[in-house]
Design a protein around this ligand. Structure first.
Ligand code: ADP
Length: 242
């Protein structure tokens, strides 16, 4: 409990990996500022601070803004990744009610789910044994799994968010009714930059699950997936009980 720094064995890294990580960190850091500035300028334009816009111009502006936001998300994912890779994950481990992690994650993905008319079903647990975890990083993982579930599901489908108490661990789960993942890819998707060939739903980085695994394992947990192609996937992670 308290502030724990997990240091990975840097010597195990190849020099080339370190150079790559440094490169990614520099580029993503440099890209962040102009992208954020662009978002603000686009907002001012959209609010018609510089004069009225036609509905066509509004439509175009919204789409530019959405693309820009996607770039911001990707860049911040790359930054997270380079932090993980450089071996410093600053973990703030404390006793957290599982309901807090659930609620934070639900709020974060509400808009994305509504946009695709995906229903997220869940039961928020009452007062129970807390999780021993870094609240922010655990919520980040859950948000990532939910975002994927929504992204890789058909519109108007259902996503189920579960949390189950086991003997020594809490098990969080996200079940979707999307296209599922072929057996041959189920391990690979947790590798850096790996994306299932011709994955629908877009332009990801292939980093989300790799970072998720690093975050969960650094906290003494485990993460995995069960899936039936054509029927859906069930992503889960376990974290120790306090
Ligand atoms: P990204 O989504 O940015 O590509 P991730 O690491 O989050 O990166 O996921 C890696 C790959 O795993 C995705 O490209 C996708 O092919 C597959 N995947 C992840 N979640 C799901 C899901 N719920 N259903 C189907 N495929 C998934």
């Amino acid at each position: 409990i308290g502030h724990i720094i997990v240091l990975r064995n840097i010597t195990a890294f190849k020099e080339q990996d370190l150079a790559k990580t440094h490169f990614i960190a520099t580029i993503s850091h440099e890209l962040k500022t102009p992208l954020a500035a662009t978002d603000l300028s686009l907002k001012l334009l959209g609010d018609e601070r510089t004069g009225p816009l036609s509905s066509g111009q509004h439509e175009l502006l919204d789409s530019i803004r959405e693309d820009n936001r996607r770039m911001i998300r990707m860049v911040s994912e790359l930054l997270d990744f380079s932090r993980v890779e450089s071996g410093n994950i600053g973990l703030q481990v404390q006793a957290v009610p599982p309901a807090d992690i659930l609620q934070y994650a639900l709020q974060t993905v509400a808009r994305q789910a509504a946009g695709k008319e995906v229903d997220i079903r869940t039961e928020i647990p009452g007062t129970t044994t807390p999780v021993l975890a870094d609240a922010e990083k655990s919520a980040w993982v859950l948000v990532n799994l939910l975002t994927n579930a929504i992204r890789y599901s058909p519109p108007k489908s259902e996503v189920e968010l579960t949390v189950e108490e086991e003997e020594k661990m809490w098990r969080f789960g996200v079940r979707d009714r999307g296209k599922g993942i072929d057996a041959g890819f189920r391990e690979k998707i947790f590798e850096r930059f790996f994306r299932v060939p011709e994955a629908e739903g877009g332009k990801g980085t292939g980093l989300g699950l790799a970072i998720a695994r690093e975050f969960i394992e650094a906290q003494g947990g485990s993460i995995g997936v069960e899936s039936e192609p054509g029927k859906g996937s069930y992503f889960w992670f376990r974290l120790p009980k306090a």
